[in-house]
Ligand binder design. Structure first.
Ligand code: CMC
Length: 431
């Protein structure tokens, strides 16, 4: 619970308004402006929410200056080293690390829900054969609300719980099916004797015609990618899920909205855009040309995989991801691939370049994740779906937190209107 022992005073056009200030458990104080309009007949203006806290939350904390990311208080570096994805899911959903018995029970519950309703296969067949897997995912995850009616009553805590488990279990299956559909291969059903990451790899890479053995190196790397993407407080897609959910929309519709938002290249779509950029650069000697374009104010080009709204020192997820990339590529014996050479040199130059240093533009998580996923054999179109299936637990945890809060209000921002003032309609002859 936030403490409220301070106030801020706003003076405007002769009026003085006292505003309560809440102190969080860690991080900067927050001025509570909820009564500002009622008391002062004035709004605040913050497009892009650069200075606005839209909710209170106990799930994830980021200190952008320190480059710190905590889930329920635990640093991401420790989780990435010692934990595994499903344990992080439990932590995000329920607030504490599970005991061995709790973990076993949670794993069983998730595992029992990995298949999707057989009739849902028909939805996939309605998409063009080469549809982007993200487009298919937005549609099919939204369509879950047409199948799982017994978990769409958001006023029932048990139904909310079942919806959460269903989504964590089924979104990887849907992502893998979207991939298989896009390459014209048969769907591969989940195997519940495999761990979460191995099962996903198998659903993507196995074919009925031959045996498939999951490589433990790839499975561990996949699990780590999932952990590093699991939650990231009030980012654009999570805020989308919360805003959609604030109207009382069902959880499947809300997560579909989050997937749609994540797809953009400024957010989760950056991993695909980054690898495509590295391939377009192609050779180390072309890097200066692209750096010059990124600095040019008249060129919309940006170095994908660089910069972050919150991290202004380094992205701790990127640090772990870089280590993981080195390990995986080393173990697979492909350290010398040309894309990786370009990535390494680009990173080196950008970290020394005055423009990037002064604007605090560091490689973010998406810079390295694409390199690992590429090495694992995923096409670029699957990078963002993998981000989406990993982030599902974050979205659903944040949604559950919001819906469980008795103070929930529909999200409804105001605006700074700069259009025409009232004027009279003119008949077509007079225009
Ligand atoms: N390349 C070149 N210049 C950049 C870049 C970049 N990648 N990112 C920011 N800048 C410049 C920008 O032009 C601006 O310059 P000026 O102050 O002279 O106008 C300044 O840095 C601040 O940029 P901004 O757009 O105001 O910053 P923001 O906080 O609104 O945007 C961002 C953050 C992540 C959208 C942006 O850095 C970006 O577009 N990066 C590339 C896309 C990317 O990698 N996104 C993944 C983010 S991490 C994963 C996730 O959370 O989804």
């Amino acid at each position: 619970m936030a403490e409220t022992t301070k106030t801020a005073t706003l003076t405007f056009e002769g009026k003085t308004i006292e505003l309560p200030v809440h102190s969080p458990s860690v991080g900067p104080d927050v001025i509570d402006i909820r009564k500002l309009y009622a008391q002062g007949d004035i709004f605040t203006y913050d497009p892009g929410f650069t200075s606005t806290a839209a909710c209170d939350s106990t799930i994830t904390y980021i200190d952008g200056d320190k480059g710190e990311l905590l889930h329920r208080g635990y640093p991401i570096e420790q989780l990435a080293e010692k934990s595994h994805f499903l344990e992080v899911c439990y932590l995000l959903l329920y607030g504490e690390l599970p005991t061995a018995a709790q973990m076993e029970d949670f794993e069983t519950r998730v595992t029992r829900h990995t298949m999707v309703h057989e009739q849902m296969h028909n939805f996939f067949r309605g998409f063009r054969r080469d549809a982007h897997p993200m487009a298919t995912m937005v549609g099919v995850v939204g369509a879950m609300s047409a199948f799982y009616h017994d978990s769409t009553d958001i006023t029932d805590p048990w139904q909310r719980e079942v919806a959460a488990i269903r989504m964590i279990a089924k979104v990887p299956t849907i992502a893998a099916m979207a991939y298989k559909y896009s390459i014209g291969q048969p769907f591969v059903y989940p195997r519940n004797d495999l761990d979460y990451a191995s099962n996903f790899l198998r659903m993507c890479f196995a074919v009925p015609a031959e045996e498939y053995q999951v490589d433990p190196i790839l499975s561990r790397a996949m699990d780590r990618i999932m952990m590093l993407h699991a939650d990231h407080e009030q980012n654009a897609s999570t805020s989308t899920v919360r805003l959609a959910g604030s109207s009382g929309a069902n959880p499947f519709a809300c997560i579909a909205a989050g997937i749609a938002c994540l797809w953009g290249p400024a957010h989760g779509g950056a991993n695909q855009a980054c690898l495509e950029m590295l391939r377009e650069i192609g050779t180390v000697d072309r890097i200066p040309e692209f750096i010059a374009r990124a600095k040019d104010k008249d060129d919309p080009f940006r170095l994908m995989g660089f910069g972050h709204r919150v991290y202004k020192n380094f992205d701790p997820r990127a640090k772990v991801m870089k280590q993981s990339a080195d390990e995986v590529l080393g173990l697979l014996g492909i350290e010398n691939n040309p894309t990786l050479q370009v990535a390494k040199e680009l990173e080196r130059i950008a970290l020394e370049d005055e423009y990037f240093v002064s604007k605090k533009l560091y490689p973010n998580v998406d810079f390295y994740s694409g390199i690992i996923l590429d090495a694992m054999g995923f096409p670029t179109s699957m990078f963002t779906p993998i981000f989406a299936l990993s982030r599902t637990v974050g979205w659903i945890s944040q949604w559950k937190e919001m819906i469980g809060d008795p103070a929930l209000k529909i999200g409804r921002p105001r605006q700074l209107y700069i259009g025409q003032t009232r004027r009279e309609y003119v008949d077509v002859e007079g225009r």
